[in-house]
Ligand binder design. Structure first.
Ligand code: 8YV
Length: 329
């Protein structure tokens, strides 16, 4: 039988995924659940046929340019590929794949959870009850009031798979769907969500009650929500981000939250993970999660299976199903 490809996986994956990888490949699995250093990544690309990185691995030009002749595939464990220098990979003839589709519903659920949690103050209220320093005096007609989401305007930035899955959920909750996207959706899809398209992000931002960020992080979307744009939002508006922290100017967002110039934020991702702006963590207007939009056991197993299919298909000499083209970003 032909020699099995050397597949280096940078992080610990669910047991079933690792077992399957051991069967199919000469799998080098990472027992310590710690991100690899840049030096370790360089070592990895020197010896691997296939590298399986995650969001915590920076596969930049410095790493890729030291890759060995054997390295032909970077099979990302994750949908976002902003951790990989796609141009350098292409120039070296290295194929890149990702794992789209299998984490759409989980990430949309988390987005919806934040859209509900922030205006209704779930985290703050739970924290209140659990803190032994507080004593709950019972129900009050004026205490812990949040804001209604039913009937409000939701502006989705990025109407791809996840944005669309958010639109479906939000519509069922009675929100009015608005969106900004590189391309306008076909009319029948707009009708399905009863969605209004905004060519101008500035104009949409100024009119929404809730903003949801669902676009990838690319050179074109870095700080798409710049200080100037964030200030266009209504002081009563909320912002939710389950995409990538880099899309928002986090410093300015933290400043607006602290100044109570924005109603609140639900954040699953941050600009400098694992660091989080302390102003955001201090604020009762912020629900902060440690990048867990796709963190279900089912999702992680599905992602692993997708990685395996991409590697197998590629090694069999075919075009892998989730090949990433730099032009897509
Ligand atoms: C993961 C994600 O948390 O797929 C993505 O883009 O952000 C998440 O699914 C992680 O990035 C996996 O590497």
């Amino acid at each position: 039988s032909p020699k099995k490809p050397v597949v280096i996986v940078t992080r610990k994956l669910p047991e079933v995924v690792e077992t399957r990888m051991r069967e199919l490949f000469e799998a080098h699995l990472n027992v310590a659940d710690e991100p690899m250093s840049q030096a370790e990544l360089v070592e990895a690309v020197k010896t691997a046929d296939v590298l399986v990185p995650t969001v915590t691995d920076r596969i930049d030009r410095a790493v890729i340019s030291q890759a060995g002749e054997k390295l032909k595939l970077i099979a990302n464990f994750g949908t976002g590929v902003d951790n990989i220098d796609l141009d350098t990979a292409r120039n070296r003839g290295i194929t890149v794949t990702n794992t789209p589709g299998v984490l759409t519903e989980d990430t949309a659920d988390m987005t919806m959870a934040l859209i509900l949690a922030v205006p209704r103050r779930l985290a703050e209220a739970t924290q209140y009850l659990k803190d032994p320093a507080n004593e709950w005096h019972g129900w009050s007609p004026t205490w812990m009031l949040g804001h209604r989401i039913y009937g409000k305007r939701l502006g989705i930035i990025g109407m791809g798979r996840i944005g669309s899955a958010v639109a479906r959920r939000a519509k069922a909750f009675g929100l009015q769907i608005h969106y900004h996207n590189r391309r306008r959706l076909p009319e029948e899809i707009e009708q399905e969500y009863e969605a209004t398209y905004w060519d101008s992000l500035d104009q949409m931002l100024a009119r929404m009650d809730i903003i949801s960020v669902n676009c990838p992080h690319t050179p074109a979307t870095y700080h798409l929500l710049s200080a100037r744009r964030l200030r266009l939002m209504k002081p009563t508006a909320y912002i939710v981000n389950t995409a990538r922290g880099e899309v928002i100017d986090e410093n300015e967002l933290a400043r607006l939250v602290e100044a109570e110039a924005i109603a609140g934020a639900g954040l699953d991702v941050f600009e400098h993970e694992p660091a989080v702006n302390p102003k955001l963590l201090r604020s009762s207007r912020v629900v902060a999660l440690p990048h867990m939009g796709s963190a279900t056991l089912e999702g992680r197993v599905d992602m692993g299976e997708k990685v395996i299919i991409n590697i197998k298909t590629f090694m069999d000499g075919h075009n892998p199903p989730d090949r990433v083209h730099p032009a897509m970003f």
